[in-house]
Design a protein around this ligand. Structure first.
Ligand code: ADP
Ligand code: GLC
Length: 522
C-alpha cells in the first residue's frame, strides 16, 4: 500500500503562527496523524519570521500569477513540532505584523487576496509540482483555506479528495463580488450555487458546498450549526450536506499541557496525586497579578480572546456581583481582543484593587501559569465549536465553569445544580445556560460553594486532571476518514464502520454514540 499523504491547509500552526485554538488543533492533529503513518505536510503562509524558524528551509517551487503576485514555496521542518511545512512566501502579502489584523486591531484590507493565494497554492501542489509528492487528500481548515475544494473541482482534479474542517463558522471570509478576479475566482464560480451568499463571495460557503467531506470539531457544535441560531446563515447549506458532515472532536497535546512536566512552572510542577505545588503556583500567580497573597482565597482565572463569542461583556457584568458576594474570591484575567471589552475588564480591575487584575496581551507562558495557579476557570461562550482552554485548565486541576454550548457541553461533565451534592464527585466542571450575567454569576457562586467541600472539590479536580483528552485518543476518526477517502483497501472496513450518516440508521447511530468510539454521524 502506498503511503497516504495529506496536505493540511491552514492559517495557523503552533508554535509558528497562533492566535487561538486553531493553531493548537492543526499541530496536534498533524502530529497525531503522522504518528499513525499518514504523511502530513502543512501549507502555511510564510508570515514574518516563520521561514527562519524552520530547519533547512529551501525553495522547492516558484508559483507564478497567484492572487497578489508571484510567490515561492519553501519546504522545511519545524524543530519544535517536527512537522513538515510548505510555506507560501510572498512578502507583500505576509511579511507584516499580525496574522489577520494590524496593530490598531483592524483587519488587513487584503485578507481576501492573502488567503485566496494560499488556496490557489494548495491547488497547484495538488495538481503536481516537480519534486513534490501529490497529496491523496487536501484537508482545508476554516475560511482561510475553504476556497480550496471549489478550486480543486474547477481545475478538474478529482483524484485528490478534499475535507473541510469548520473550527469557527462565525468567520466566513466574505468579500465583495468585484474582488472575484483579483481573488482568482473563475467566472463560472461567481454564483449563489458555487460560493456567493448575501451578494458577497463567501469562502466558507465555497468549502462547505464543494468539499468531499465537511467535519466540525465537536458533536454538539455539529448539531448546533444545522440550526438558524448557530448556523450563521449557512445552516441551510449545511443541512443539505448533512450526509457528508461529521463531528470529529479535537484532542489536546497532553505533553505540552502537563503540570508534571511543564517548564513554564519552573520547580513548581505537580500531578493529580499531590497538589501541594499547585497551591504555590497560586501564590506565584497572585504575586504576578498583584493580588493579595492569600492562600485561602479562591482564584478565578479567565484566559481567552476578549470578544463577545467568549462573553467577555457578560463577565464584566457578572464578576462584580460575585466579587461583592464572596469576599474570599479573587480574579485574574489574561486576554486580548475587542478594545471596548478590554477596557471594561481593565475598569473592573481598577474597581477591585488587589482582588481583581487584568493583563491585556497575548502570552503563551502566561496561559500555562494561569491554568496552574487558578482554582476555577471562568469560560463563558455564546458558541464554542470545541473549546481547548477548559481542557487545558482541567489538566492543571483548575475546575472550569463554562457555557453549555458546543464542545464544552460534551467535555464538561456536570450533574447539575439540582442533583444531590454528592453527585458532584463525578463531575469535572460546572455548566450554565445562556448569556445572562445572572446565570454566569450563579454558576460561579455554585463553584464557590463547592470549594467549601474539600473532598468533593478534590474529586472534581482529580476527574478533570485524569480524563484522557489526548490527540492520540482523538485522532482515530480523522485517520479512518482519510484512509477511506484515499480508498486504502486495508482500512476500508474500519472506515466503513465509522462512515458518515449517509448509510446509518438512527438506532445504529445511538449505539455508536453510546460507545463514544466513533465520529458521530449526524
Ligand atoms: P479559540 O480558538 O476560540 O480562541 P480555544 O479555547 O479553543 O478558543 O483556544 C484558545 C487558545 O488560545 C488556547 O491555546 C489559549 O491558551 C490561547 N489563548 C487565548 N488567549 C490567549 C492569551 N491572551 N495569551 C495566551 N494564550 C491565549
Ligand atoms: C476555534 C473555536 C474553538 C476551537 C478551536 C480549535 O477557534 O472557536 O472553540 O477549540 O477553533 O478547533
Amino acid at each position: 500500500m502506498s503511503t497516504t499523504t495529506i496536505l493540511i491547509v491552514a492559517a495557523e500552526a503552533f508554535p509558528l503562527a497562533k492566535t487561538g485554538g486553531l493553531g493548537d488543533a492543526i499541530t496536534g492533529m498533524a502530529r497525531a496523524l503522522t504518528e499513525r503513518g499518514i504523511a502530513a505536510t502543512v501549507l502555511l503562509p510564510a508570515y514574518r519570521g516563520v521561514a527562519g524558524r524552520l530547519d533547512g528551509a529551501r525553495e522547492v517551487a516558484r508559483l507564478e500569477d497567484l492572487p497578489g503576485g508571484d510567490a515561492r514555496l519553501l519546504s522545511g521542518v519545524c524543530p519544535v513540532s517536527e512537522l513538515s511545512f510548505l510555506l507560501l512566501e510572498n512578502d507583500a502579502l505576509y511579511d507584516r505584523g499580525g496574522l489577520y489584523m494590524n496593530d490598531e486591531g483592524a483587519e488587513h484590507a487584503d485578507n481576501g487576496v492573502r488567503y485566496a493565494a494560499l488556496c490557489h497554492a494548495a491547488v497547484r501542489i495538488a495538481r503536481g509540482l516537480p519534486g513534490l509528492p501529490r497529496p491523496t487528500v487536501v484537508h482545508a481548515h476554516d475560511w482561510h483555506a475553504a476556497l480550496t475544494p471549489l478550486l480543486l473541482r474547477d481545475a478538474g482534479i478529482d483524484d485528490v479528495k478534499s475535507v473541510l474542517t469548520i473550527h469557527n463558522l462565525a468567520f466566513q471570509g466574505q468579500f465583495p463580488l468585484e474582488d472575484a478576479a483579483a481573488l482568482g475566482i473563475p467566472p463560472a464560480c461567481r454564483s449563489e450555487d458555487a460560493m456567493v451568499a448575501w451578494n458577497q463571495l463567501n469562502f466558507m460557503k465555497a468549502g462547505i458546498r464543494h468539499a468531499d467531506r465537511v467535519t466540525t470539531v465537536s458533536r454538539t457544535y455539529a448539531r448546533e450549526i444545522l440550526t438558524p441560531a448557530f448556523g450563521c446563515g449557512l445552516d441551510g447549506l449545511l443541512r443539505e450536506r448533512a450526509a457528508d458532515l461529521m463531528a470529529i472532536p479535537n484532542g489536546i497535546d497532553t505533553a505540552l499541557w502537563d503540570p508534571s512536566r511543564d517548564p513554564q512552572l519552573g520547580p513548581l510542577r505537580y500531578h493529580a496525586g499531590d497538589l501541594a505545588n499547585k497551591r504555590l503556583c497560586k501564590t506565584v500567580l497572585q504575586r504576578e497579578f498583584d493580588l493579595l497573597p492569600d492562600p485561602q482565597a479562591t482564584l478565578v482565572v479567565l484566559g481567552s480572546r476578549l470578544t463577545e463569542q467568549k462573553m467577555a461583556d457578560v463577565a464584566a457584568d457578572a464578576l462584580p456581583r460575585v466579587l461583592d458576594t464572596h469576599a474570599d474570591m479573587q480574579v485574574a484575567i489574561l486576554g486580548q481582543g475587542d478594545r471596548r471589552l478590554e477596557s471594561a475588564l481593565k475598569s473592573l480591575a481598577a474597581r477591585y484593587p488587589k482582588r481583581c487584575a487584568t493583563r491585556i496581551g497575548y502570552n503563551e507562558t502566561g496561559a500555562h501559569r494561569l491554568h496552574a495557579g487558578g482554582d476555577i476557570l471562568l469560560h463563558g461562550s455564546r458558541f464554542e465549536p470545541f473549546g481547548l482552554t477548559p481542557l487545558y485548565a482541567m489538566r492543571y486541576g483548575t475546575v472550569p465553569v463554562g457555557s453549555r454550548v458546543g464542545g464544552m457541553a460534551d467535555t464538561i461533565e456536570d450533574p447539575g445544580a439540582d442533583a444531590p451534592l454528592t453527585a458532584m464527585a463525578f463531575a469535572n466542571g460546572l455548566l450554565f445556560d445562556g448569556d445572562g450575567p445572572d446565570a454566569m454569576a450563579d454558576a460561579l457562586s455554585r463553584a464557590m460553594h463547592l470549594r467549601r467541600h474539600p473532598t468533593l472539590w478534590r474529586a472534581m479536580q482529580r476527574n478533570a486532571m485524569t480524563r484522557d483528552f489526548s490527540w492520540q485518543r482523538a485522532v482515530g476518526p480523522y485517520e479512518r476518514l482519510i484512509h477511506s477517502l484515499a480508498g486504502d483497501a486495508a482500512v476500508e472496513d474500519a472506515a466503513v464502520a465509522s462512515a458518515p450518516a449517509r448509510s446509518s440508521h438512527a438506532g445504529q447511530r445511538r449505539t455508536r454514540q453510546a460507545r463514544g468510539s466513533m465520529p458521530m454521524p449526524l
